[in-house]
Ligand binder design. Sequence first.
Ligand code: PLP
Length: 428
Amino acid sequence: MSAPASRNHSEHAALFSQLGERSAAPTIARLMAMALETPGMLSLAAGFTDNATLPVDFVDDAWRAMRANAAAANNEFFQYGTNQGRPALRRMLAERIVRADRLETEPDALEPCVFMTNGSQQALYLAMQVLCDPGDVVLVDRPSYFVFLEMLRGLGIEARSLPVDANHRIDAPALGRLLDALAAQGKRVKAVYFVSYFCNPSARSLDEAEKNSIATTLAARGLFVPVIEDAAYRELYFEKEWPARSVFALPAWEAFPKLYTATLTKPFATGLKVGYGICASEDWRKKMLHVKGHHDFGSANFNQAVLEHAIATGNYEKQLARLRPAYHAKMRALHDALAEAGLRGRGWKWDEPSGGLYLWLEAPRGLDTGMESAFCRACVEAGVLYVPGDLCFGDAPDRKFIRLSFGVLGAPDLREAARRFASVAARF
Ligand SMILES: Cc1ncc(COP(=O)(O)O)c(C=O)c1O
């Protein structure tokens, strides 16, 4: 008997929790359904990675090595792992951040602070679950990662944007005024979150002065709230790494509880879904691990073992060396096709990114690009899909932005998608 699609008539309605009642279908699922339902649709919406460069060979290498050692290892990689994750993998990740941030800490000392998760998405969820109650406020970058914003809504948490100036840089005086206004309204700021390297969606990176200005503005008000720095795209630069160090290395953040989240999905294989958090605040980390124990008591041990092998052998670095020029070329294909189609002349603006998976376009004045807009519908009819930028704002959504992902499609499809997009833009 096939499972019924919905409750049958004799079945009583379940009574849901407040969280269950608040839950709503993720917008990305709607966008993906649209892409699948429309034959020939070219999707610039989903933040998926490039199928052609996925590391089949390096996963094969890892599997062969694991298999050769299987008897000696008592097939341990097919067994449950620990809640916190594989120690050797955690140590290598500690070593990577020590190097990237030029930390004085020894990797061995940092290893206990690293915990493996089911994608970095789970680390973000754990962080919010243990810190916030419904009605609490979390400060987010403007624009910010829309899946995180939807998660906040699902948990009943209020997102408030970190103010930015006309150049999209953090506006510390405006942040000070926002914090004072929130205090006057009796609102409780519980945490601050930002995507600081090749941001999803804006492709912008924060410099150290911007990160520091957030810390000093909070500290001046005694608000030593936890900070979550999401570094999902840090390793996905095209030519040069972004020079700013993370909050772990910046003295302005020293007195704040800090969580750094990053992932091995985007830089290696999204399907392995292995991410991690690094949190030196023992009480916060322990609570996240307790809740992780409730979620799953450990992320997939086999996938972690594959990544452990890939990092230890240098294959992970080789994969990055393969991906960086590939994404650079794809970005150029989309960027150049949009520019050559005369979009800038029609008042569209965007910066050329130096890493990540996205172009962030600002539409000409007065053009609404929202999900229900005539422009969005016309794009779907023309066979091209984008993420409406208004989804990416914690508050006061701006309806003139568009996120285009060059992660999935190959260069010819990117050029065709740009042509379709530009042909719609020419009509508005
Ligand atoms: C900014 C950002 N953070 C976190 C994630 C979560 O990725 P994963 O769970 O694959 O590590 C994503 C995925 O798109 C992202 O764009």
